[in-house]
Design a protein around this ligand. Structure first.
Ligand SMILES: [Zn+2]
Ligand SMILES: [Zn+2]
Length: 83
């Protein structure tokens, strides 16, 4: 059996601790599609909530790129938030 780990903190996930996170948050228009999903622990998922993930791995960047190109949504990028 594969060991599932959290996309954000690499923590090993146990069945009761697994959540499916959206790389582009649903609140930002993120789609319920495969490229936009990653496994995350409850802590990371609730910490992130409806915000952009503080993650710049290839997968997250790709998801954001697809999102922006496909729907021409160009919202704030992580770390470059204008208040
Ligand atoms: Zn985590
Ligand atoms: Zn990532």
């Amino acid at each position: 059996m594969d060991i599932q780990t959290c996309h954000y903190c690499d923590k090993e996930l146990y069945p009761g601790d697994i959540t499916v996170d959206h790389l582009v948050p649903r609140a930002k228009g993120g789609r319920d599609e495969r490229w936009n999903k990653a496994l995350a622990c409850r802590d990371c998922n609730s910490r992130k909530a409806d915000d952009w993930p503080d993650c710049n791995c290839n997968r997250c960047r790709k998801a954001r790129r697809i999102h922006w190109e496909k729907w021409k949504i160009n919202e704030e990028k992580p770390g470059k938030r204008v208040s």
